[in-house]
Design a protein around this ligand. Structure first.
Ligand code: XIL
Length: 682
């Protein structure tokens, strides 16, 4: 979004200056929406992401050389748990000597692919070296335990989504008490609290979980014992964020009270996660019942199956997993995908896919040419007595908790500000309420071109936007428009390299994306330059520095503005889109890819003849209401700071307008429409 257009004195628009006359197509700006279905997915991870959940697997470092194993892992799963590699007998087999190699292999591989990691586990009576279990002095053990937690959690700091801080501390049977262990016997009941407090200090960003088995049936004494502990912890402010229910089930699957148990733990104010799911004989019904219970509890944030193929399972004799020993999908797989919310079309596509030889990483990469089908205008301005809005522009969108959340610029002769709306599917987009954010702490005045994402380590939503500087607000609840903080700036002033190159342009369209180590802020200058600054994930939102020019074009219209950068799910690709103004004066998008956010970009579909998205490769079944395919955003596979998008069936929410419109740029009738990729091969 170009701020110069907000200046009232600028009467003529770039579009009208550059437009070729005679292209006017009778406008259908309010054409009935051709609303596509909600995003469909054909993998477990992508399907779970549509409700904001992860779908994970336990992974063994020793199997990472097995191509069948890794291709299923990367295709289907958005989270991994090292099966044994983080346990005490691997990480500190001898006192004070730490071994991280095998776990590092899993963590590095996962983070490079945008998969999150569950840390398993810091304190457990099993797989514990005898030098620990044979200690007899409480002070020595306390020091040993705290040192172990601190050293391991510190090594993985910032890279672990959730830690199983304490595993299996409760006894089976009717006591509801802690089990006997060296920790319990020497340190007493307080060892669990001590472990959680130490873990919080070591990695404040990780969710801290208590993890156990046989706590799925609500009335069991063991479940009740864990419940009392979590209630006690939350009431006294002992740091605990989640309960992991292992869910190692017999052939009958979960107990009928399973959902009640999940809901009751969640009602204490913690997340619940299904952490080690496997079911003897893997009946489709048993998997369906398990997944449904999680889907029905808002704070059930993800599911991990304990292995990939039956042959990988610690219970391999019971064939308890979703893939057979050849890597083919079992009926339990289809049942799980369906229960995660897969549509009929996704299920048909999944069933048609070859099951014994899953697609490789490169098959998940993007094509080199694109074609699209566009909806009609789905979202139009809703002016009120004090907001005489002419255009709605520059949308940012995430799908979270069963809703699309859209943030956009509002344009009027008075200038630019922001609006928020949410809806459950695209057919509802037009009737959603518009919340004007100038009424919130974000405030009145120039705010435009928002980008929204969730920062998982800080557990905060960020709204990034331009104000002349690069600004942001934060909010704990994306659904609460009044929750946004007042604007803050990423930079104290415009970086020198931008000052030196901006010419007569304007500094616009700030975009943040993070990998596992760093966050990058991209921006444009309407003078043919794309810039990038960097900070660490830990320092974000502070510390943006090292600003460089990542792309330049002597024809400034070819590298204009509205850049988007995404991670492509299931591949090592990142995708860059930059809006250009074509020879016909109309907006369109060019695209590039790279394997590193800090790297240089290679053209993908980057010309007017082979554009990423331009009126020339978009069909309009409900009427060609726009010739501009302008500033917007991809529908993501998730909603966090990695900005991960699916690798197929892409959808892009964009701004377009009646091609016949002209006049004051701020008064142009921009509307939002949705492109759906039509040449997807998966
Ligand atoms: C199991 C692993 O899958 C096996 O490879 C290993 O031999 C024993 O441990 N509860 C847990 C997991 O918390 O760590 C266990 O994993 C299964 C039961």
């Amino acid at each position: 979004m170009n701020p110069l257009k907000r200046l009232g004195r600028r009467r003529a628009s770039l579009v009208s200056l550059l437009a070729v006359s005679g292209l006017v197509i009778p406008g259908a700006a309010t054409a009935a929406p051709d609303a596509p279905d909600a995003v469909r997915a054909s993998t477990l991870g992508a399907q779970a992401a549509q409700s904001g959940r992860y779908f994970g697997a336990a992974v063994a470092a020793g199997k990472l050389g097995d191509g069948t194993y890794t291709s299923i892992l990367d295709r289907e799963f958005t989270s991994v748990t090292p099966e044994n590699e983080m346990k005490w007998d691997t990480t500190e087999r001898t006192r004070g000597s730490f071994t991280f190699g095998p776990a590092d292999q899993i963590v590095n591989r996962a983070t490079a692919r945008g998969q999150r990691v569950r840390g398993h586990t810091l304190v457990w009576h099993s797989q514990l070296p005898t030098w620990v279990s044979s200690l007899t002095d409480a002070n020595t053990l306390r020091g040993v335990m705290n040192n172990h937690i601190t050293t391991v959690a510190n090594h993985y700091k910032g890279r672990i989504h959730s830690w199983d801080v304490v595993n299996e501390a409760f006894a089976d049977g009717g006591s509801g008490q802690h089990r006997s262990s060296v920790f319990q016997n020497l340190l007493g009941d307080g060892f669990i609290e001590q472990a959680f407090r130490t873990a919080r200090l070591a990695d404040p960003a990780a969710k801290l979980c208590y993890n156990d088995y046989n706590i799925e049936n609500w009335s069991d004494a063991k479940t009740q014992g864990v419940y009392r502990m979590v209630r006690d912890f939350t009431s006294r402010g002992v740091p605990i964020d989640c309960v992991g229910l292992q869910a190692h089930f017999g052939a009958g699957g979960p107990p009928s009270s399973f959902q009640t148990t999940l809901a009751n733990f969640a009602a204490l104010g913690v997340d619940v996660q299904i952490t080690e799911l496997d079911i003897a004989q893997a009946s489709a019904t048993a998997y369906t019942n398990t997944v449904r219970a999680c889907m029905n509890v808002a704070r059930c944030t993800g599911i991990t199956v304990w292995g990939i193929r039956d042959s990988d399972s610690w219970r391999s004799g019971e064939n308890p997993l979703l893939f057979d020993r050849n890597g083919a999908k079992k009926s339990a797989y289809q049942a799980t995908l369906t229960a995660l919310g897969g549509t009929a079309a996704a299920r048909a596509a999944a069933a048609a896919a070859p099951t014994s030889s899953p697609p490789s990483l490169s098959a998940a990469a993007l094509p080199t040419g694109f074609s699209w089908s566009s909806s009609g205008a789905l979202i139009a301005p809703k002016p009120d007595a004090t907001h005489h809005i002419a255009g709605i522009k520059d949308p940012s969108v995430v799908y979270y908790n069963g809703k699309y959340h859209v943030f956009a610029s509002t344009a009027s002769t008075a200038g630019y500000n922001l609006v928020y709306l949410s809806f459950s599917d695209w057919s509802q987009a037009g009737s959603a309420t518009h919340h004007y954010l100038d009424r919130t702490a974000i405030g009145a005045g120039y705010r435009a071109a928002p980008e929204v994402f969730y920062n998982t380590s800080q557990r905060l939503w960020y709204l990034v936007y331009q104000t002349g500087n690069a600004s942001y607000s934060t909010n704990a609840d994306i659904g609460n428009p009044n929750g946004w903080s007042a604007p803050r700036n990423f930079y104290s002033s415009m970086p020198d390299i931008i000052k030196q190159n901006i010419g007569n342009g304007y500094w616009v369209d700030m975009w943040v994306i993070c990998d596992s180590a760093d966050c990058y802020l991209f921006s444009s200058d309407d003078n043919g330059h794309l810039y990038r600054s960097r900070t660490t994930v830990g320092q974000f939102p502070n510390g943006f520095t090292d600003t460089v020019i990542v792309a330049r074009d002597s024809n400034k219209y070819a590298l204009w503005e509205a850049s988007n950068v995404y991670k492509v799910q299931g591949s090592d690709q990142y995708l860059l889109l930059v809006e250009a103004i074509g020879s016909d004066g109309r907006r369109y998008f060019r695209s590039w890819t790279t394997s590193s956010l800090a790297g240089s970009w290679t053209p993908l579909a980057a010309s007017e003849g082979n554009p990423f998205a331009r009126a020339s490769n978009v069909s309009f079944p409900s009427g060609a209401w726009t010739r501009d395919i302008s500033h917007g955003e991809m529908i993501r596979a998730g909603y966090d700071q990695t900005l991960t998008i699916p690798s197929c069936r892409l959808q892009y929410l964009y701004q377009g307008m009646n091609p016949g419109a002209s006049g004051d740029y701020n008064s142009l009738p921009w509307r939002l429409g949705l492109l759906t990729q039509t040449n997807s091969t998966c």
